[in-house]
Ligand binder design. Structure first.
Ligand SMILES: NC(=O)c1ccc[n+]([C@@H]2O[C@H](COP(=O)([O-])OP(=O)(O)OC[C@H]3O[C@@H](n4cnc5c(N)ncnc54)[C@H](O)[C@@H]3O)[C@@H](O)[C@H]2O)c1
Length: 311
């Protein structure tokens, strides 16, 4: 079995590469990344081949197509800085690159394609969010992901045997995200701050809700998408929106601290107030059952951060 993982040195990509390596020890895994938002440390245990390159460069796909033939492509590479406002760059790196990928993966390799979409496609649509419900991204990042989904749907119609699965990740947290800095999860950012003895800062009044999902559940969803006979778009969250105030309470308990949040004005005009995945479709068709409620995920994550000396 030959597997390509793009964005492999990033947060989710590196967790996925390790899981694939464990699950399919005989597989040939090729990791692709341009290291624009990655950490080489994430791939220290990776035993396959690394190909550095830019997925938004069409010639890069020709190069890959000349050298390899893959059975599966897991596509995680993207601009993940959600505050980038350059619409051309965002749509080239996220949306156009995906079309280049589909052209090669579907037409040349006949590979199964599993790609990262995002809950950003829902913006402030009412929660719980359904795959076939309201879609209204609030920024160009969310728009670029929505256009990936639309591209996937076009290819699914055009090639009835194509196996393409889009996974709309909600708010992912877990090991391997430190390089993302202020775009790392709130779980990571608050854990680091509180472990340093600083008061957590939340946008007023901390009651905004997020569907926090541990990276292990996200990896599991990717493996299910690969192993099951499915196609189309699926939500990947825990299935419950939790408030930032609740997150601080959980962190206080796990870290053994007793901080009151400091509330500050929210500078972002576009901000998701409440995200929660409707998991009906994912549970029914993908067989996805999340295993990591926030309490359990935070506990393991803090333990790992401590072991690595990160907090
Ligand atoms: N982390 C989340 O909460 C979350 C939520 C929804 C969707 N997603 C999606 O999941 C995927 C992985 O995100 P992540 O959180 O691991 O972020 P990340 O920034 O750690 O990973 C993205 C990876 O893609 C690489 N990359 C960026 N542009 C590239 C290019 N042009 N060519 C090759 N490689 C490139 C980066 O170097 C990085 O390694 C992304 O598609 C992201 O949009 C993440």
């Amino acid at each position: 079995m030959r597997i390509l993982v793009t964005g492999a040195a990033g947060f989710i990509g590196s967790n996925l590469v390790k899981a694939l390596q464990n699950r399919y020890p005989e597989a040939e895994i090729v990791a692709v990344d341009d290291f624009s938002s990655a950490s080489f440390e994430n791939l220290l245990d990776f035993k396959g081949e690394l190909v550095t390159g830019d997925v938004s460069d069409r010639r890069f796909w020709e190069y890959l197509a000349d050298l390899y033939e893959f059975d599966a492509v897991f596509h995680q590479a993207a601009i993940t800085d959600t505050t980038v406002t350059d619409q051309r760059r965002m749509t080239e790196v996220n949306t156009l690159a995906f079309k280049y990928l589909l052209e090669v993966a579907v037409k040349r390799w006949g590979a199964k394609v599993i790609y990262a979409s995002s809950a950003a496609v829902y913006g402030n649509c009412p929660a719980p969010m359904r795959e076939d419900g309201c879609l209204k991204p609030e920024n160009v990042y969310g728009f670029s992901k929505l256009m990936m989904d639309r591209t996937a749907e076009v290819y699914l119609r055009r090639f009835p045997r194509a196996q393409i699965v889009g996974l709309r990740y909600f708010n992912v947290y877990g090991p391997g995200e430190a390089h993302k800095g202020r775009f790392a999860s709130m779980v990571y950012q608050l854990a680091v701050k509180m472990a340093r003895g600083e008061r957590p800062r939340l946008f007023k009044w901390g009651e905004q809700r997020r569907d926090f999902v541990y990276v292990k559940d996200v990896v599991k969803a990717n493996l299910l998408a690969f192993e099951r006979e499915v196609r189309g778009i699926f939500n990947v969250g825990f299935g419950k929106g939790r408030s930032f105030n609740e997150l601080v309470e959980i962190l206080n308990r796990v870290l053994g601290t007793d901080f009151e949040p400091e509330y500050i004005d929210n500078p972002y005009p576009f901000y998701q107030n409440y995200t929660e995945a409707d998991l009906t479709r994912s549970k029914t068709l993908l067989g996805y059952e999340p295993e990591w409620p926030l309490e359990r995920g935070v506990e393991e994550y803090v333990k790992l951060l401590r072991e690595e000396g990160k907090i």
